[in-house]
Design a protein around this ligand. Structure first.
Ligand code: ZN
Length: 240
């Protein structure tokens, strides 16, 4: 297969097929607020949310074998990532300040003639959600490794904004003692969770739900007689 035969995620979407996370992506236990070496672990079984977790980074230059697997199903040559919480930040900020101005204040005129609130309570309106394009590097497709090596530092650089977006209705950023984690249910937008608004027990329920959905999908595929992923990588889904 040559890279020209692999669609980028955007063009996959143009043909209305979504590039879904690969089953391997569901195995990641990915936290922010620290280096990749301590913040990302890999679940040993994608269908068991309580299975053993091992570090993604095994020493200074080595990584878990999952790192070579595709990030998406179907594999893509590039993917443009946004973060759900930042995509919604400006809208949430506007809602939070909706009743403060009574039509006065710092508005910009939009093309349709209506005013867009630009500043309130000493805060500037947040910009639109940023995006990051991750391209395949060593293989024809974007691997888990391509993805985490690009997206983890990107999210860390955005962490102050992410915490501000979580706290937008209280005008106080999410405090550092609360964890932020990647919820492995989508690639773009990337869904983040935090331990203030999602209790640890609720997070575990979410994870069990992901594992159940994955188990059901695998069972459906096997019933149909399909080879999982169609490329002989079935063994990748259970790590021991
Ligand atoms: Zn205000």
């Amino acid at each position: 297969m040559t890279s020209s035969k692999l669609a980028s995620c955007e063009s996959v979407r143009d043909t209305s097929q979504r590039a879904r996370p690969s089953l391997d992506f569901f195995c990641l236990r990915w936290f922010l607020s620290g280096p990749l070496s301590t913040q990302i672990k890999v679940l040993s079984s994608v269908v068991d949310a309580e299975s053993l977790q091992t570090p993604y980074q095994t020493d200074s230059t080595s990584f878990h074998p999952i790192s070579a697997c595709p990030i998406s199903d179907p594999p893509v040559s590039s993917i443009t990532v946004t973060a759900d919480v930042l995509n919604g930040w400006a809208g949430d900020w506007e809602d939070a300040h909706h009743n403060h101005t009574h039509g006065r204040g710092d508005f910009a005129t939009q093309p349709d003639g209506t005013g867009l609130l630009m500043r309130c309570c000493g805060e500037d309106r947040p910009g639109p959600g940023p995006s990051l394009t991750v391209a395949a590097s060593r293989q024809e497709f974007v691997t888990i490794h391509d993805f985490v090596m690009a997206v983890h530092p990107w999210l860390l650089a955005l962490e102050p904004d992410i915490r501000a977006a979580y706290g937008v209705f209280h005008s106080v950023p999410l405090a550092p003692e609360f964890d932020i984690l990647v919820h492995p249910v989508g690639l773009s937008p990337l869904f983040l969770l935090n331990s203030k608004y999602a209790h640890p027990a609720a997070l575990e329920v979410e994870r069990r739900r992901v594992a159940e959905v994955v188990a059901r999908k695998l069972a459906e595929k096997e019933k149909k007689g399909d080879e999982v992923e169609g490329n002989g990588m079935h063994h990748h889904f259970v790590y021991s």
